[in-house]
Design a protein around this ligand. Structure first.
Ligand SMILES: CC(C)(COP(=O)(O)OP(=O)(O)OC[C@H]1O[C@@H](n2cnc3c(N)ncnc32)[C@H](O)[C@@H]1OP(=O)(O)O)[C@@H](O)C(=O)NCCC(=O)NCCS
Length: 156
């Protein structure tokens, strides 16, 4: 019997309470449920996935993170990636990023891009570990006036 299963799958409406808990503890200006609803049901370019840990013997399932990435032609954009604060730095974000890169290769995507707050050193280190490079600064990109770093990964 397998004790712990890990599954990355498309987000559904019933995931939203757990997703919102992660969202609200991860971002300065968190998305609302309606934003995830749009990504799941209306945005034609989005891929919005959760990572779920399950304990078969106890019948428990817990969402520990999620990612939203957009695909337009040969480009991918990571819009959101977050891991539950209680379980960060234990490889969950990497499992999500591995899945994004695997999917990007299948879809023949050439570059993955993203914006990250200049102050978000942990996330910048995370992206750099995957080979993302800082392309340029987007001044005052965020509503509080903070700059964004625009980062790019050559995929294929
Ligand atoms: C960024 C984030 C998704 C990373 O997820 P994670 O599950 O903690 O990352 P991992 O455990 O897979 O870490 C992979 C690598 O990233 C880097 N990294 C991750 N967290 C780090 C930290 N706190 N300090 C320094 N490096 C870190 C390390 O290189 C790490 O590899 P190592 O542990 O072998 O040294 C997570 O910190 C998070 O949810 N942050 C809040 C939301 C956020 O800022 N999202 C990004 C918005 S642009």
């Amino acid at each position: 019997m397998k004790y712990l299963d890990v599954e990355i799958r498309p987000m559904t409406d019933s995931d939203l309470p757990q997703v919102m808990e992660i969202e609200n503890t991860s971002f300065l200006h968190p998305w609302k449920e309606k934003d995830f609803h749009y990504e799941m049901h209306e945005n034609p370019v989005s891929n919005v996935w959760v990572i779920e840990y399950s304990n078969a013997s106890l019948g428990l399932k817990t969402i520990v993170g999620f990612v939203d990435y957009w695909v337009t032609f040969d480009s991918g954009t990571i819009c959101q990636i977050a891991v539950h604060p209680d379980i960060r730095r234990s490889g969950v974000g990497s499992e999500l990023m591995d899945e994004v890169i695997k999917d990007a290769k299948i879809k023949k995507i050439r570059t993955l891009t993203l914006e990250v707050r200049e102050s978000n050193e942990k996330a910048i280190k995370f992206y750099q570990k995957y080979g993302f490079n800082i392309s340029h600064v987007k001044p005052s990109y965020y509503s509080n006036g903070e700059n964004a770093l625009y980062m790019i990964l050559e995929v294929n």
